[in-house]
Write a protein that binds this ligand. Sequence first.
Ligand code: HEM
Length: 366
Amino acid sequence: MTTIPRQAAPPTGGPRSRVHKVLDVIDERLGIGALEYPVPEHANNLAWSLGGITAGALGILIVTGVVLVQFYSPVPESANESVRNIVTGVWGGSFVRGLHFWASQAMYVTALLHLVRVILTGSYKKPREGNWLIGVGLFGLVTLAVFTGTVLKWDQEGFEALGHNLEIGKLMGGVGLWFSPQFADRVPILVRLYGAHVVIVPGLIIVLVTLHGLLVKRHKISPHPQLPTDASGVQAPTEEPTEPFTHHLRRIATFTLGLFGLLGILAVLWPPEVGPSPVAGIEVTKPPWNFWWLFTLEDWWGLSAILYGELAFFALLAILPFVDRNPNRLWRRRPVVMSVVLVVILVLAALTALLGVTPAKQHLGM
Ligand code: HEM
């Protein structure tokens, strides 16, 4: 592996500035210079930076989440009122809530696009199958975070989402016990879902993101599929120029700053809604768009279709590296996987669009 020599003096050749001296002192103690290992140039383009941008969105979510926790009450009697108070009674509350909501959408979309990039460039293939599975787990956790966050508002949409959650918990039998109010009958399920949203789910995301990053470092970023391969289809060593990883980090920080600006604009122009306290026994809302494809299936086949649809989606993702034995990584040389992926994307998009034009229907208690 080529190592990049650390600069002993600033480019001017003059004495080291005070800032450089401070950096040297910090580096000597924390070993930050070790981050200057080389990465290929293609790691810097937008498509290959989507994982890093997803991590940036996670950072925005954690910071804004910490602020929201100070003013949110997870008790069913006051949860909805506390959210509306954040919007109208807390200085900057509407903006922080808007940032948190839009960052959750951004994280979901960038994680999805990152997943698609990994598929298109065949980066889930040997030896990265384990990291692909960690990624599948991460996408499941991001979906769970969106779901639990929706319930916390405790308006009609959140309440009906919880209603679906409870029914699906029943369908899961013993495995679904945690989702039932009987699991801890002195603690409202909203409080436990709050615990899941602010501790369990983000905690697991941080653990998995750490493992994910360590494995990317261990395997190195996958080579660009357009670079030459040998006769067996394995990527040949190439002469692609490299850059220090710290340059890549700087780029990710710039992308994240741009994302932050965009989310700030969205938070001001389109703050997320929160309805009044929920009414039990009615079903009049649609879920967030992330779940629309599942709700079309529910319209057709009933509530169990949500569980089986979600299980089928994640099972399909999980088995991908083990059923795709084609050693090529360039999309043009992988017609079977590319066709299946295209069909899955079109079906999911069609199911999503269909719910957009269908009125909300009654499913619970049927
Ligand atoms: C919280 C969500 C996630 C974060 C923060 C994240 C972060 C990252 C980062 C920073 C990289 C380095 C290269 C890049 O940015 O493209 C990476 C690579 C990778 N990610 Fe993720 N990721 C997430 C979710 C996923 C998902 C959902 C999958 C797939 C199911 C996945 C599979 C992979 C694989 C296989 C690699 C290695 C790819 C390569 O070497 O080209 N990740 N991830």
